[in-house]
Design a protein around this ligand. Structure first.
Ligand SMILES: Nc1ncnc2c1ncn2[C@@H]1O[C@H](COP(=O)(O)OP(=O)(O)OP(=O)(O)O)[C@@H](O)[C@H]1O
Length: 423
């Protein structure tokens, strides 16, 4: 995914690992395609080291044995088309917002789809806000569309996601409605706020809160020439943990994001993080034996168990979060094809270093190590290893991840500012 700055000129992104883009994909085919896309690594074994190595072994993907149902769909209640303008709660885990009538695109017929889809916005309004989708206002490019910065008549800054027009790919349309459905359900300080949407005249637009300070990947790449300091990385990890905890635990119905990755973590000017991009999000299956027909996610972040079994679970987000933790410490992308084979899969390389007692060697070279950072890095890897466990039952809940990160932050702060100095 390529993205630009929040300003008028598109931002260039550096590529220190020479890794290029991580492909976002959905595997809907036979299991062999899943195995082709999986990450290779060391063999299995009984030792601790081998146990965590197996997080990265090639998967012997198999077709689900049980008969496949279609991708899980919530039992939609018919609805109004809501434009969610509610205020953010600001509480740690946010407030539950109950949207009684969920809008169900799956249950609409095609003539409905030609109708303007939002009570809030008209196409001319959005064309005006984005200067008719001016290339100068382009702030991001993803697999499913282009993102523009816009300003509404009342001065509110918004991000407008314009879905790709691809008549041959019905999944694109599904992603669009998926994102709207999820955004309507959720509200949390660490999730991008939904303003509304519009489907009209071949355009599919999602309008959300504009987040001014770029995405986490850009900051780890020092695109602005500024290093993201360690304490802020820890704060970002906590914000993301809060956001996912909310999705898994406190939203009306547990939501699985399915695409947790650094380019989907957006930063405010004060470096508070917000999770974006709900195109792949799903309501958690109520039936634990549910089998998806499509595995979705981004290479390098994808839960190997989900890839192998097609069984979706909240713990798939926990796996991706483990990859993100390693990314925060190392600054590297999850897969760096241009590095030596040992270093190519960042999480494997870094956690092996950790187990070997050399965690600090993996610290982002832009950061300067000190006692506080050393300790925090060790603890973050301990947590990352749990998140990256090969099977979901051995991974912690997101809530547990948040609690562990709070304690890491507490210890970090105490070491950075010794108590005696505060008295
Ligand atoms: N609300 C927002 N405010 C500011 N910038 C945004 C916003 N939403 C997205 N962006 C920018 O646009 C980029 C692409 O976002 P988008 O959600 O479209 O990804 P995507 O299409 O799902 O991409 P991919 O398919 O690779 O996941 C983000 O990385 C970010 O830099």
């Amino acid at each position: 995914m390529r993205s630009g700055s929040g300003g008028a000129s598109p931002r260039r992104r550096s590529d220190p690992g020479g890794s290029g883009e991580l492909s976002r994909f959905s595997v809907a085919t036979t299991a062999s395609s899943a195995s082709e896309r999986s990450v290779s690594g060391a063999g299995r074994g009984a030792s601790f080291l081998d146990a965590f190595r197996s997080c990265f072994v090639p998967l012997e993907a198999r077709s689900p044995e049980t008969s496949m149902s279609d991708d899980f769909h919530p039992s939609h209640q018919l609805s109004q088309s809501v434009s969610s303008q509610g205020s953010n709660s600001g509480s740690t885990f946010g407030s539950k917002r109950s949207i009684k009538g969920m809008y169900s695109p799956m249950h609409r017929n095609s003539s409905d789809r030609e109708m303007p889809g939002s009570t809030k916005f008209s196409l001319p309004q959005i064309q005006k806000a984005t200067k008719n989708f001016s290339p100068n206002l382009k702030i991001g490019q993803g697999g499913s569309g282009t993102v523009y910065k816009g300003q509404l008549a009342d001065g509110t800054l918004v991000a407008v996601k314009r879905a790709k027009k691809n008549v041959y790919d019905k999944h694109m349309g599904r992603e669009f409605w998926n994102e709207i459905e999820t955004l309507q359900r959720i509200e949390h300080l660490n999730l991008v706020r939904f303003h509304g949407y519009l489907e009209f005249g071949g355009e599919q637009l999602i309008i959300v809160e504009y987040i001014p300070n770029g995405n986490l990947r850009e900051h780890l790449d020092c695109v602005n020439g500024k290093v993201l300091e360690f304490s802020l990385r820890l704060e970002v990890a906590i914000d993301v943990a809060h956001a996912i905890t909310y999705l898994h635990t406190y939203s009306d119905h547990p939501v699985i994001h399915r695409d947790i990755k650094s380019s989907n973590i957006l930063l405010m000017n004060n470096y508070r993080a917000k999770v974006a991009d709900f195109g792949f999000a799903k309501l958690a299956p109520t039936d634990s034996s549910h089998i998806s027909t499509q595995v979705k996610g981004t290479a390098g972040y994808l839960d190997p168990e989900y890839l192998r079994t097609y069984q979706l679970n909240e713990k798939s987000d926990v796996y991706s979060f483990g990859v993100l933790l390693v990314e925060l410490v190392t600054g590297r992308r999850p897969i760096e094809p241009k590095r030596s084979i040992i270093e190519r899969v960042t999480a494997k390389w870094a956690t092996e270093k950790f187990v070997g007692g050399n965690a600090i060697q993996t610290l982002d070279s832009n950061l300067e190590a000190n006692d506080a950072i050393n300790l925090a890095v060790e603890k973050m890897y301990e947590l990352a290893l749990q998140c990256l466990a090969p099977t979901k039952r051995n991974r912690p809940s997101m809530r547990r991840c948040a609690e562990i990160l709070w304690s890491i932050r507490k210890d970090y702060r105490e070491l950075v500012v010794p108590t005696s100095a505060m008295n």
